[in-house]
Design a protein. Sequence first.
Length: 263
Amino acid sequence: MVIHKEPVAEIRKYVDDMGLDTTIMYDMAHVLGIAGDYFQKPFEEGAEIVTGSTHKTFFGSQRGIVAMNYKEDELKYGLWETVERRAFPGSVSNHHLGTQLGLLMAAYEMNEFKDAYQKAIITNAKNFAKALKAEGLNVCGDPANDYTETHQVLVSVGYGEGPEIATRLENNNIVVNYQATPDEEGFTASGALRMGVSEMTRFGFGEAEFKKLAALMADCILRNKDISEDVSRLRADYTKMHYCFDDKEFLEALESFAGKIGF
């Protein structure tokens, strides 16, 4: 679970101070789409290899990335070459052009809209967490930073109760993950719910909408109320995707790409 910033710079300083020959790799699977001014810049903070997924906060087709911060004349560049070989032809049979094109357009959109998108993600997550807390739910995290520094919000619902509560919410048109907290021994004892604001942020939710959602979730979780129709009505007003190109912008981006590759 990721609800706060991992201290990459502190790890880098510790490694350097101890004189350790250590490679720092940072997995940004969940937070790749908010990397930068609103979250972290891992390479600038001392990470050497960054991995990530491209279908969570970094919207787009379901793919993954591996990036490095080595120069060709550095000893560790050989490690990067090994990573490349292990990825292809070692583990990847082909590069799936269909999803690769989708990722390309998602990257164009991320570069175009990332400042507004990233700010909205962080703001919505904090507001959602505060709204859930105000509704009487046990929100995990530090209240000093509004319980989260990413797109995720965690709510504790009681030891082992996560799966049942998650199923109840799904039956009421809200999909969440059940999650074990650090105090629980594993997923069989999951006592928390993990929620992300990315998708509904892209569909236009803001502070007011997340407050409404928090109130509905509290009714379902705390009072076992049927909220399915209320959720459907709330969702029905938000069907247009944001932070993406319209048809004209999409064609312009394609033409720009075609020019760069010689078409």
